[in-house]
Design a protein around this ligand. Sequence first.
Ligand SMILES: [Zn+2]
Ligand SMILES: [Zn+2]
Ligand SMILES: [Zn+2]
Ligand SMILES: [Zn+2]
Length: 442
Amino acid sequence: MAPRDNDFMDAGSDSDISLSDGAYTVSKGKGKGKATDKRKRDDKGKGKAKDVQAYTWEASYTRSWDTVREDEAGSLQSAVEDWMTRGRRRRLQAPAAAIRRSIIRHLVLLLDLSTSMLDRDMRPTRFTLTLQYAREFILEWFDQNPLGQIGIVGMRSGIGERICEMSGNPQEVLKTISDRHKLLPAGEPSLQNAIEMARNSMNHLPTHSSREILIIFGSLTTCDPGNIHDTLDSCVRYKIRISVVALAAEMKICRDLCDKTGGQFGVAMNEGHFKDLLFELVPPPAQQASTHAGSTNPAGDLMMMGFPTRLPDASPPSLCVCHSDLKSEGYICPRCLAKVCDVPTDCDICGLMIVSSPHLARSYHHLFPVKPFDAVKSLQEGGPSPTCHACARAFPTTALSSTAEGVSAVGRYRCPECRNEFCSECDVFLHDVVHCCPGCGK
Ligand SMILES: [Zn+2]
Ligand SMILES: [Zn+2]
Ligand SMILES: [Zn+2]
Ligand SMILES: [Zn+2]
């Protein structure tokens, strides 16, 4: 379809070919060329009206306005509702029982920096898009897992390249991938080299923390020095969970890496799906049950943590133990009184894990998620309150005739604990952002 038109457009600079009434007109010379140029443009206009795509790039634009439908009253409310329902339904499918999760996570992000990342099947290129999503992913990941640490390893020219050491500071991690010129894709990727490098950086970690590798893989080949299945076995032995987001197609070895280590595998179909796959990995994974026969999961270990004292900005400058920088602000380790720059971290002097209590509290909601709210079916079932318990906006007084599953016809969602009712915006906000019901505090 489109390429044929393009071929005509691109046909030689000195001879213009244009299409009119099914006949080809070949014109030579400058004066005439201009005239045909104009006709060509007219043709293009007509083509668009007939909804023929003149250029391949036009196909890459999703027509978002086509997917949004107005309801009978000309309002977009139902379209927005529809969109929110998706998230709600997904939440209902999630298991309601408490699952054991690791809240102290260690993740190594493996970025494919091979030449296949220069492909333009994702706009603008796989490489640019990957960097952009990686930044968003890192921010979101640290927001949800404030006690976690991320390291980054790149795969290019057949070797693994350490881009960022394990760090609990999002800004530090983001800084390492902010300069795209240092990361320009080259050569072939090597899964084995990169995984070995990631595994080595997690060797020293204590047993209570999770070890994860997330691979964003655009290539269809890997160039390894040895047997990658040995690497896979050692990852299984070290309980390292590998997840892969592939940008091209499924590779057997990638699927094996994920299946055998308990990770997730997905092939991104388009830009949006790529982001979905990536962000599915933000919440902490459920802890794997022990597979050894007869043994049960070990009981939770107590961990020593310290809550530091924050120095006021006006305090006299002193040296920090982490960078030996002279500055005023910082945190004091409660055990050895050393000064560190940022929390959460491990004290460089005594090794105590230093966290701030808000960090701990923010990690906590994954263990006790807010129960999904019930959709109120009809006006009769609704409670006495005419307004949302959270934002005080009035509920609609008429019921919608037909709604999707999980959507309330009267726009009310009831907390199963305190039986207060909330509007749909608040429902989504409370579950996704606040992680707490304002009616009952659970
Ligand atoms: Zn420092
Ligand atoms: Zn200390
Ligand atoms: Zn509300
Ligand atoms: Zn409640």
